[in-house]
Design a protein around this ligand. Sequence first.
Ligand code: ATP
Ligand code: MG
Length: 598
Amino acid sequence: MSSEKPTIPAASNFIRGIIDRDLAQGTNASRHWAGSPGDATHQATGAPDPAKIRTRFPPEPNGYLHIGHAKSICLNFGLARDYAGVCHLRFDDTNPEKEEQEYVDSIIEMVKWLGFGWDAFGKSHLYYASNYFDFMYRAAEALINAGLAFVDQQSADEMRITRGTLTEAGKNSPWRDRSIVENLQLFHEMREGKHADGSMVLRAKIDMASPNINMRDPAIYRIKRAHHHNTGDTWCIYPMYTYAHPVEDALEQITHSICTLEFEDQRPFYDWVLERLAEPPTEAVGANKQALLAHPLPKQYEFARLNLTYVVLSKRKLIQLVEDKHVSGWDDPRLPTLAGARRRGYTPEGFRMFADRIGVSKADSWIEYTILEDCMREVLNEASERRIAVLDPIKLVIDNYTDNKTEDCFAPNHPQKPELGKRVVPLTKELWIEREDFEETPPKGFFRLVPDGMVRLRYGYVVKCTSFEKDAAGKVTTVHCEYLPDTKSGTPGADAIKVKGNIHWVSAQHAYAAEVRLYDRLFKEAHPGSGDNDFLDDLNPNSVKLITAQLEPSLKGAKPAETFQFERHGYFVADRKDSVADKPVFNRTVTLRDAWQK
Ligand code: ATP
Ligand code: MG
């Protein structure tokens, strides 16, 4: 073991700093909220917003949430909670092709599981961006009316070429100077389905020479004949994400729109869209004279996304793992999806602790997986009752113990919580013990059972090894012992005989033989797929081991999702999917100590 401990970055609170400043200055105090998302006219009919801040978590319902999303969820919902605000759960479903109800349901379930909700001030704040399509269309018309958007008929290739490069300015589209009237007409025709997919796009008219490529007349609407899960076939044009997102935030009166760093270069366009829509129209063609949006406008802030060692957090790679059957499904306990982590036995408290501990920063970095595991250990240590499990059983026979006798031993349910009491574990002549607790030729410092040696059976008696048996292959099958009758734990004089070792055991007659899945990391490399490697080459071939373990009888009654510490082994959870009444199956959540430290 090296002395190098993974460093835990200090929890930076630069976003909290921004919110503190905004609250002190009253930046967002003049906002009104009419009880639902809407434009400036709508919001003006409402009272001053009772929410001090509004944040949002905006997943695209095209996949399952993963541990990276947990960071964003804890951040956004956590800020709303701490600042007397509200966090909206918004499905960013403006892309018609990839979205499904199954993902919507699972996202709702997992955000709730993490301990957060969107009911506040007497209202639910669960929203769908696709409900804003009408407004987005109206806002695009307003941009056209203001001379700030035009219909471009260049091909995709032409547009790519004329966009320029990082070092070279782009070129204006030949269609850039169409009249407002013509642009409006074409945009209406796009909507009416008069033009083929891809034959034209609506583009913002900004600056083809901008050093920021995102400001070089970005597309805001495209033609796409695709069925949408919410709006059906109502639309054949769909807004681009970079245009839709600021509009969604504004309609929902979001104060602090927090996203990951890759959107930093999009911030100027985010502001451009909102500021233009907040300007009163000058020459409104058939529209009213009101600005569509009101100040103060939402502001975007970026933080570093979570990169975690030994896992992949890209939707594309996760899909590949599932579709190519490297795992059993989206909730495979080895996957970094939240559904998988929950099944593995990871807890919401552990995720919230993790999010607090890693903090929020502006600098991209890798977080050690052990930090997450340590959080889970900390929470599970506190929350889980202790139980006894023999994972790799061999027999121990107490030759001088009465046949057919059963004696009660008492094991505390939680060493730090005596109030949780003790439970009975039955002791009999034949027990299961751990194979690794007996050594024929012990290495130096081995204090457990050895020929002629003595050890304490935890919560029971001191026993002395008298002999052992092996099978044809030379593997030990049975250890014979004699017990010392005056040494039972908890009785006077039990400690008269001092022994160094203390091993766990289960009565063979009473044991529950259970399926236990010993999960380990899915990848053997800290940075799967780094260098020229295919990430699949870095899969850990031993990421799961199925065993039949001998468990103390009380574990037969474990309820699905109940967690335990199996003494000396780690934390285990009764699998929520495969456990049936009186026949729970257990998953190893995490070992007691980090086995991966070199
Ligand atoms: P896609 O590639 O499909 O956009 P995504 O992981 O960004 O995938 P979204 O559904 O768009 O998925 O994500 C919802 C929110 O979760 C976004 O606001 C995004 O910033 C945040 N998020 C996603 N991955 C991470 C991550 N690794 N760390 C922190 N936040 C993340
Ligand atoms: Mg995204």
